[in-house]
Design a binder for this molecule. Structure first.
Ligand code: GRF
Length: 202
């Protein structure tokens, strides 16, 4: 299977997926890492691991539709079976999400359906939540919705600030996201009635 990963910045989840794919011998290869920001730190990691990189800078396009069309053109040049969003900070058009329906995953730093959108950890702290976490889900047209593949839960501890909480959750993301991608490339995930059925394995 061929995987294309989209990033916008640090790329630590992308890094975790690249490393797990190699270390665990997945039936898959990371065909490319693509960023909408030329300065995304994760591009250097990908290049240094022999992975093709590309930049499609959203600032060079007049609107979302033209950016998404070019992004899809570049992605499809790598004929991916799976598109992985890993800290990719652009809202996608319905045309784009439809094109990759059932083969595009995202990780969101909250326990969905709570706290869609931005500043999830700060909002969980302000709401007095006792737990926070992250969710891997298939991407649909509605932002931060779509069938849930996996969730990881972290406690919120007295004295936590946004940095402490996001670091705790990020550690869980780095374990959960590679596992969820592996399930996909091993053909273990099916979407039925808007929910994910996992066929077998761990
Ligand atoms: C992660 O917290 C992820 O949940 C969110 O954006 C952050 C990306 O971090 N979507 P990184 O670029 O993978 O380091």
């Amino acid at each position: 299977k061929s995987i294309v990963i989209l990033i916008s910045g640090r790329g630590s989840n992308m890094e975790a997926i690249v490393k797990a794919c190699a270390a665990e011998g997945w039936p898959a290869r990371i065909a490319a890492v693509i960023s909408n920001r030329p300065d995304a730190a994760g591009l250097a990691f990908a290049a240094s691991h022999g992975i093709a990189t590309a930049v499609v800078d959203h600032k060079a396009f007049p609107d979302r539709a033209s950016f998404d069309a070019e992004l899809a053109r570049v992605i499809d040049g790598y004929t991916p079976d799976l598109l992985v969003l890993a800290g990719f900070m652009r809202i996608l058009t319905p045309e784009f999400t439809r094109h990759y329906e059932g083969r595009m995953l995202n990780i969101h730093p909250s326990l969905l359906p709570a706290f869609t959108g931005l500043h999830t950890h700060q909002r969980a702290l302000e709401a007095g939540c006792r737990f926070a976490g992250a969710t891997v889900h298939f991407v649909t047209a509605e932002l931060d919705h779509g069938p849930i593949v996996a969730q990881a839960v972290a406690p919120i501890l007295a004295g936590d600030d946004e940095a402490a909480l996001s670091a705790r959750v990020l550690g869980l993301e780095h374990r959960m996201y590679p596992r969820a991608v592996r399930w996909f490339v091993q053909d273990q995930l099916r979407i039925e009635g808007g929910r994910v059925q996992q066929l077998a394995g761990e």
